[in-house]
Design a protein around this ligand. Structure first.
Ligand code: PGA
Length: 248
């Protein structure tokens, strides 16, 4: 049985007052939903404050995990501005997102680098959330499944298990656009991806791309969808919790 994971990716949003208020509202409002795990990934500047807030606010039986949005492949060294997976673990993070399409597109990250980052996450004891997904042009060219397969093959490290790795399928054209993939497309892609994974029956595959309270139930009901990676809608506690409630 795969536990549903509802993960919020705050991206480069929130200053301290709003960020801690959002974390507190998520932690306080999460309620008893034992079948679903909650994770929030604030910007690095807020990790410490959010961990502190969540630690003080979350119900004992309803912990909210906190993760980073990226990490460097090395454990330390001359990498100005970067953050090591070990540093995230040291703060109390449990997860880190790697290979998000905004990093692949905006920072030129390729599969080999994403894979090295996922290895770093594992080395540090973090769960790596490895993102894959095709662009609109690739989908239009009928290459969506091939592209996702190539990214899975190139980005998932050798030691990936259902315990240390979560895959997030996020079609690039659906991120932040309000255009979600259709349930049929998502079902087909998640089935395809599951066939390529190690520990395939147990590894969680999240869907991401304009997930909102209005479409979450339909997407989360699909057999191979084990949760969601949520950008825009994770910035409002009410929406994030409404999505989590559909998974309960
Ligand atoms: P979105 O972002 O929910 O705003 O589309 C999802 C993501 O990038 O993880």
């Amino acid at each position: 049985m795969r536990r549903v994971l509802i993960a919020g990716n705050w991206k480069m949003n929130m200053l301290s007052a709003d960020g801690t208020a959002l974390a507190a509202a998520v932690a306080a409002g999460s309620g008893p939903q034992p079948s679903c795990d909650l994770l929030i990934c604030p910007p690095a500047t807020l990790l410490h404050a959010v961990l502190d807030t969540v630690g003080k606010t979350a119900l004992p039986d309803r912990p909210v995990s906190v993760g980073g949005q990226d990490c460097h492949a090395d454990a330390s060294g001359a990498h100005t501005g970067d953050i090591a997976a070990e540093m995230l673990a040291d703060l109390g993070c449990s997860h880190v997102i790697v290979g998000h399409s905004e990093r692949r597109a905006g920072h030129g990250e390729r599969d080999a680098e994403v894979r090295a980052k996922a290895e770093a996450a594992h080395r540090a004891g973090l769960v790596a959330i490895v993102c894959v997904g095709e662009t609109e042009a690739e989908r239009d060219a009928g290459q969506a499944h091939t592209v996702a397969a190539g990214q899975i093959e190139g980005s998932l490290p050798e030691g990936a298990t259902a315990t240390n790795t979560v895959v997030a399928y996020e079609p690039v054209w659906a991120i932040g656009t309000g255009k979600s993939a259709t349930p049929d497309d998502v079902a087909g892609m998640h089935r395809h991806i599951r066939g390529l994974l190690p520990e395939a029956d147990a590894m969680r595959i999240l869907y991401g791309g304009s997930v909102k309270p209005g479409n979450a139930a339909e997407l989360l009901a699909l057999e191979d969808v084990d949760g969601a990676l949520i950008g825009g809608a994770s910035l409002k506690a009410e929406d994030f919790l409404a999505i989590a409630a559909t998974a309960a």
